[in-house]
Design a protein around this ligand. Sequence first.
Ligand code: GUN
Length: 297
Amino acid sequence: MTAQIIDGKAIAQKTCDELKTKISSLQDGAPSLAVILVGDDEASQIYVRNKKKKATEVGIDCHVIELSASIGESALLSTIDELNDNPHINGIIVQLPLPKHLDEQKIIAHISPDKDVDGFTPYNSGLLSYNNPSAFVSATPKGVLELLKSTGIDLVGKHAVVIGRSHIVGRPVAKLLLNADCTVTITHSHTVNLPEITQTADIIVSACGQPKMIKSSWLKEGVVILDVGITRVDGHLCGDVDFDDVKEKASFITPVPGGVGPMTIAMLLVNTYEAFLRAQAKGETSHCCHHKNCHCH
Ligand code: GUN
């Protein structure tokens, strides 16, 4: 068997093209996204630059708020308060990781759940646990599920093995797979005999950042592989899966780059559009902008 490549780049582009059409036909305003970038982490700067570029391309107003690495907790919380209260802002994200002196959980929990387009707040994470469709679902996990759906395979009853338990990918992707009726195993750095577990997988979602860790001997024939790992090795981006070794054994596989990566930004923009629609729907029913200083009513 030679694996079919899941073309994340093309699917992300199609999603963005459709979004652009929808946004250009809006009668009333355009969605807006605020991105808070704290400090000068080089990878974060690149991610944020790409988010702004793609957002602008589809017609989303993107405001990047760059803050010093030495900013205090209360100043950062005040910035989030202002954005929460600003009716012109539909989505707010805080680019992670934050500098070590800041309490990431506390900062994220301060974002209004209605504007939490990264889906990282305890509220949206809880809604996802309840399989509530109104949850904002984090961009990378949402992208992974879109790519899985694009293969046309039936997910019900499949054994999905997730490698990694991060709050950004592993945990939410496991919840999504569970919500899609997969039987889910979450593995991590303390898991004993990982290859024995992956050998029983129908679907593998790997997000552990160990370049080329997953070999053909770890796999069952026909497995579907979603590789979320992106590590720079000798100037090249490398996934968690040894692509050349496994490509004759898997049925579908995402490449790195050009697989899951491009979907992340596309899904963030979809969530921002959704946040805009929800805000607009609230405004239409109450004829009020909901700003704390508003005098509409
Ligand atoms: N850092 C790595 N991935 C992400 C993401 O999806 N959102 C944010 N805010 N930070 C990240």
